[in-house]
Design a protein around this ligand. Structure first.
Ligand code: HEC
Length: 125
């Protein structure tokens, strides 16, 4: 009887360690996934980035952001409600939009267009 209990205990300990191991492996691979999507390269050869305008393109793409970045709830200290605020936060906007790590639901071409508008001097055009 005693031998049986010992074997049973050994079995339980082994199963528990196996479970822990599997759990650890799953955790590690989840973390790897996250690292992999942080720094993509945006390439879209058909994307037209000539003369991207603030009023026609950029403003409407950044309208999605206003629910969290407005005059009263400036999450992360960032207000994206009007041109002046958008222009003064352009480097941070660029980081968030190019890295795909934030709430931007547009296409790669739309990301590239926002970046092009910034590179073209972020004008109120
Ligand atoms: C659902 C709410 C929500 C939406 C929508 C949202 N954000 Fe944010 N944003 C946050 C929060 C919360 C933070 C602060 C925490 C952080 O830095 O992630 C933040 C931080 C930021 C920052 C500050 C980063 C820094 O370096 O200090 C920028 C820039 C930014 N968001 C840009 C954007 C843009 C551009 C959009 C639209 C495409 C957007 N956000 C949409 C919630 C939101």
């Amino acid at each position: 009887m005693k031998l049986y209990i010992n074997k049973c205990r050994q079995f339980l300990i082994r199963s528990a360690s196996m479970l822990l191991l599997v759990f650890a492996i799953v955790l590690i691979s989840c973390e790897r996934d996250e690292i992999a999507i942080v720094d993509p390269i945006l390439i879209d050869n058909d994307c037209d980035t000539l003369n991207v305008s603030y009023s026609i393109t950029v403003k409407s793409l950044l309208d999605d952001c206003i629910s969290c970045h407005n005059n009263s709830s400036m999450y992360g200290g960032v207000n994206l409600e009007d041109f002046d605020n958008i222009k003064s936060n352009k480097v941070k906007i660029s980081n968030r939009i190019l890295s795909r790590s934030h709430h931007f639901t547009g296409s790669d071409c739309e990301r590239i267009k926002i970046q092009a508008w910034i590179n073209q001097g972020s004008q109120n055009n």
